[in-house]
Write a protein that binds this ligand. Structure first.
Ligand SMILES: [Zn+2]
Length: 137
């Protein structure tokens, strides 16, 4: 199945469940970058976060100007979106393997898989989750 261009509207649990139900694999969804924020990571080297200088019309000399954008505010938005997508991944993973996310050991299972390897990518988390899931099912 050909996946459409990714939009914010597609990064929703109900939408992604439909993809899973149409036999789209988690690997494809990961490759589609569905669990990654669409908003750019705020790099502090980006000129829009740096204060500038402007020639003043009144006196002709340079005056400092504030940065166009506030990096702290943008970083906060980025982290909120990142957390939302991590939760989305978690919920979809449980849905995919048909495991009750409210199982008493569900969070333990998930955090074992996550802590082990999320730095190597979500596909690794899926592999570990798949290996460990039999412990609670
Ligand atoms: Zn001036």
């Amino acid at each position: 199945m050909e996946l459409p261009p990714l939009t914010r509207e597609l990064q929703e649990l109900t939408v992604l469940k439909e993809y899973v139900c149409s036999n789209v694999s988690l690997a494809s969804l990961i490759e589609w970058k569905v669990f990654e924020p669409l908003i750019p990571y705020p790099h502090k080297t980006d000129p829009q976060y740096k204060p500038g200088k402007k020639i003043c019309k009144e006196c002709g000399s340079e005056h400092p100007t504030p940065p166009e954008k506030d990096i702290k505010a943008d970083m906060k938005l980025y982290r909120i979106e990142e957390n939302r997508l991590q939760l989305l991944f978690q919920e979809l993973l449980f849905f995919y393997y048909n495991i009750d996310i409210n199982h008493p050991k569900a969070q333990l299972l998930y955090s074992k898989a996550w802590d082990h390897c999320h730095s190597s990518g979500l596909q690794e988390v899926v592999c570990w989750f798949n290996d460990l899931k039999d412990l609670i099912t």
